[in-house]
Design a binder for this molecule. Sequence first.
Ligand SMILES: Cc1ncc(COP(=O)(O)O)c(C=O)c1O
Length: 468
Amino acid sequence: MDAATFRRLGHALIDWVADYRERLPTLPVRSNVAPGTVRQQFPHAPPNLGGQIDSALAALDTAVLPGITHWNHPSFFAYFPSNTSFASILADIVASGIGSQGMSWETSPAATEVEEVMMDWLRQMLSLPAKFEGVIHDTASTATLCALACARERSLAFAPQGLQGAQAKLCIYASDQAHASIEKAVRLAGFGKEYLRLIPTDDAHAMRPGLLADAIANDRQLGHVPCAIIATTGTTATTAMDPVDACAAIAVANHAWLHVDAAMAGCAMILPECRHHWHGIERADSLVLNPHKWLGVGFDFSAYYCRDAQHLIRVMGTNPSYLRTVRDHEVKNLRDWGIPLGRRFRALKLWFLLLDQGVDGLQAHIRKSLALAQRFCALVDAHPDWQRMAPMSLQTICIRHRPAGLDEQQLARHNLAIARRINDSGKAYLTPTVLKGTQILRVSIGAERTTEREIDALWHCLQISLSD
Ligand SMILES: Cc1ncc(COP(=O)(O)O)c(C=O)c1O
């Protein structure tokens, strides 16, 4: 492709994206295609001859778009918000256009230094102490795996035999509401699932610190070593907040690593009025939040902060001759701050977003989500047949419909059917889940374009979906 063709198609594609965003409200939120439908639109084998790129635009509409679930739709209430702002789309184009590989400072100094600046700006926005240094990962799952690797090496004092040389068993603690990525990281980091302790939670679904302390004491008696505690600031099911400060005190007393998983809710900590939710955060050894969830930085952009960057570098660093440069002693080589060697220029996305909206704009967006959640809550609370199933800490509302005369099994089926009808209708998209054995419906508010209109429409959808 020559530059002239690229320019022509590029302009057309920008128009396509802008048109797509404008007509989003008219599209069904969740894709309704049957499995295999998209695959069938593609020839069995790749084209031998090129020169067909002009057909790409039309194919996007016919072959791809029907198979898209629209995460930026204003009636997207499933899972968690995942906003890709226009500004971060533009930044992605720049990153791809430059096509740099930021594995070392020298391989593109700007990629490293813009990332340093952005992670410091974000740190300031979150009011984290200056000693926290950050790096961009793809996802919270990866960041948590890094945190557990750091915890493991601290417990093992970097013993070359690794876990295989350890006499004592290393234990990890998280709440029974922790995300599945915690168990995955425990397995991948070699601790073994058997040594993950899931601590019971209270009525607000937050970890009970007294039971955490008991579990650690019990393990110590057995000769095990408490290696890491993972506190969740905003659990997946209900956005419950584990008590970070109490967890930190227990971590310090037991020389355990404290990692805070604030995947989505961490975004709200740019608001001073929300920061009580992670009181004690400055005592964490590491934390992760995903600006790609609620802040508007397009996927992927997960922010990992640690209190001791030198420790992280010791765990993640490599030093083969082919990667050495004369500047190594003066600069950060971000390949030594995480798992992959190769790194994309993701920092541009946050930079462009902040240039476009400023901190004020991002704070206004989060505050709007919180207000919309209050509005939805009020509708639920005013109706005798709808029940809220968990306290609302931020913007996740857990509900179920509970008409008289149904037993628990019937209620579960009834609520699953409500979710199916709404999601099949394409008018809104929410997530049914099971909370401590009870089938609930989970409404997660935070899409950039959601307004009171979509909230009221969702409430209306819920009412008309009560029966077939
Ligand atoms: C609390 C929590 N932690 C971790 C994750 C995993 O996030 P990621 O997709 O960035 O790995 C999620 C995703 O929903 C989450 O809710």
